[in-house]
Design a protein. Structure first.
Length: 386
């Protein structure tokens, strides 16, 4: 190309012709160099974009390069591909949340309780004293307490006598146990509010039929503020002293008092203030009821049936002195019976209800046998499979 610029028959080159040749060479080299730079630029840009797109389409579990999650389709710039939001949850603001992480066997819960954080049905707190731990409290622990999901005994500081005892600081064993009960409820509120649905406050001389009580409570909503027990308004001669308002009633402490989780959640923040400012009388059950009424606006369950379910023995033990107890119309259906001052009395009533349980089981067995014979006649087989 350069030679074509020179005269064909001349061998002598002037200075102007040499400059012209040099300029042509420079233009050619600069064009080639510019083209090379452009090629290198686009190669580098392609490598960067390719690496970015690969990282974006492979999740953290790619491992050896095989993606375990569905790949997302990539659209050219300016072209939007609609996303499949069928399985996406949307927030309250309407923005789609990120996809949850892949399922893993390493983090898979073993039980339904672990997965759903299920609460236990009932926590029982027994109000007792150091001098009664080895007698009344032990009798409860060996009888009906053995059937309870969890039972704790609340006493002043001292020996536990092998029982699950909560020693309350700054509390003595004087009766009535007003401060002790308030502190027990505060202990429930601080430590067990998110672990149990129902809370029973019990004396150490009450017998509780745990299976029947939990069956009743399973039909109720624990998130509702429920205050359950035998309703009381005080004896006529005590009403002026108790200073209850006409619409107020409290749950009597003797046969036991049940607090729902919903009620304890509302009551908990007021317990210490109630103990300082609301208490009028020395009657612990009245004062707890007053605190619930004045601070939460809830009254004790009012139906007549509650007096039969949470049974108060006003005969002072006379009904348990002979076999007439087996003919008592209310005892077979109660949730609790109060009161049994001696361990021997607690053991006797426990035996009585075990006998009652056998009778109930026999009735169920008889009904099941009748049903079984009916289906044996239909299938014409004594046993379903032989």
């Amino acid at each position: 190309h350069l030679m074509s610029l020179l005269p064909e028959k001349s061998t002598d080159y002037s200075a102007g012709q040499a400059v012209e040749c040099a300029a042509v060479v420079v233009r050619m080299l600069s064009t080639k160099l510019l083209n090379l730079v452009r090629i290198l630029f686009f190669l580098l840009l392609g490598a960067i974009l390719g690496r970015f797109l690969i990282d974006d389409s492979c999740n953290a579990d790619c491992g050896d390069g095989i993606a375990t999650a569905p790949q997302r389709h990539l659209a050219p710039r300016g072209l939007k591909i609609p996303k499949d939001d069928t399985n996406r949850r949307t927030s309250t603001t309407g923005n789609a949340k990120k996809d949850p992480p892949p399922l893993s066997r390493l983090t898979r819960p073993k039980t339904l309780d672990q997965e759903l954080h299920m609460r236990q049905p009932l926590l029982i707190g027994v109000v007792t004293a150091q001098t009664l731990l080895s007698t009344r409290a032990t009798a409860i622990y060996e009888t009906w307490g053995a059937a309870a999901p969890k039972v704790l005994f609340f006493s002043s500081p001292g020996d536990s006598h092998g029982l699950p005892v909560v020693n309350l600081e700054n509390v003595d064993d004087t009766y009535p146990p007003q401060k002790k009960v308030y502190y027990m409820l505060k202990y429930f509120y601080d430590n067990f509010l998110d672990k149990y649905n129902w809370f029973l406050r019990a004396d150490d001389d009450v017998y509780v039929r745990v299976d029947r009580l939990t069956a009743l409570l399973s039909k109720l909503d624990p998130l509702e503020p429920l205050y359950l027990g035998q309703p009381g308004m005080g004896k006529p001669e005590d009403r002026e002293r108790l200073e209850l308002l006409p619409h107020e009633c409290y749950c009597m402490g003797g046969p036991g008092v049940v607090f729902s989780r919903g009620l304890l959640q509302l009551l908990g923040p007021h317990l210490e203030e109630c103990l300082r400012n609301v208490v009028v009388s020395y009657n612990e059950d009245v004062e707890v009821g007053r605190c619930i009424s004045r601070r939460v606006g809830i009254q004790c369950s009012w139906s007549y049936q509650m007096a039969k379910l949470f049974y108060m023995d006003y005969s002072k033990g006379e009904i348990f002195k002979n076999s007439n107890v087996y003919n008592h119309k209310d005892l077979p259906n109660v949730m609790s019976v109060h009161s049994f001052k001696q361990p021997s009395e607690m053991y006797r009533i426990h035996q009585f209800y075990l006998e009652q349980k056998i009778k109930d089981t026999q009735l169920i067995l008889e009904e099941t046998n009748k049903e079984l014979k009916k289906w044996q006649a239909i299938t014409k087989h004594e046993k379903a499979y032989v």
